[in-house]
Design a protein around this ligand. Structure first.
Ligand code: GLN
Length: 209
């Protein structure tokens, strides 16, 4: 059973722990360097990327996480976690840093303000097209999007052209899920809509898939 950590400095930690357990991982919280050194994979939860960035440095996890990513640690970043995995960001605060690892530009708060949060169904390569499949139910909460993806970044999901009511969508075509080797990022929160398949994909990546 792979041990998957959830970075527990800020954000929706408990929801990720529960979904990871439901797909067969041993899920543990990570706050200290020794805990980060021990996990087989790590989830960076949603929350506030500026706060998580500061806390990563205060808790002396920033450089260790960068080193573990360079060694090939599988990491899944959701929402604020996607921002942290991006090599470059737009609309960050003046002193905001990322951990990096994925060759992409991510725009913070790209969909607008908190009131512009929404749920939608998405086609997700490797998930919605596998087995009985079907679209992934997702929640976007002050979410980022991927503005530019480098050649090694595999695009897994984009905002569809029309919503479930058939209305056209301003953000149509924006990249909202991507993978680069052992790094996976989604702009949305799959852990709060009861769809465990993104976590299932990540746990299979941790297990060596
Ligand atoms: N807007 C937040 C940020 O910039 C991300 C929101 C989220 O994680 N739900 O970090």
């Amino acid at each position: 059973t792979p041990t998957v950590g959830v970075l527990a400095l800020q954000g929706d930690v408990r929801e990720h722990l529960a979904v990871l357990e439901s797909v067969g991982a041993r899920a543990v919280t990570v706050r200290r360097p020794a805990e980060l050194a021990d996990v087989d994979g790590l989830v960076l939860p949603g929350g506030e990327s500026t706060t998580i960035d500061k806390l990563l440095r205060i808790f002396e996890l920033h450089e260790l996480l960068q080193a573990r990513i360079k060694e090939g640690l599988p990491v899944y970043g959701s929402c604020a976690g996607m921002i942290l995995l991006a090599d470059r960001i737009l609309d960050g605060t003046a002193d905001q840093q990322t951990v990096g690892g994925m060759d992409m530009v991510v725009r913070r708060n790209a969909f607008g303000r908190q009131v512009d949060s929404f749920e939608t169904d998405l086609d997700f390569a490797g998930i919605s097209d596998v087995g009985s499949g079907g679209p992934v139910r997702t929640a976007f909460i002050r979410a980022p999007w991927v503005e530019e993806a480098g050649p090694d970044v595999e695009v897994l999901a984009r905002i569809p052209a029309v919503d479930t009511q058939g209305r056209s969508v301003a953000a149509a075509g924006r990249i909202v899920a991507a993978r680069q080797g052992p790094l996976l990022a989604t702009a949305f929160h799959p852990e709060i809509t009861g769809d465990a398949r993104v976590h299932g994909l990540f746990v299979s990546m941790v297990a060596g898939g």
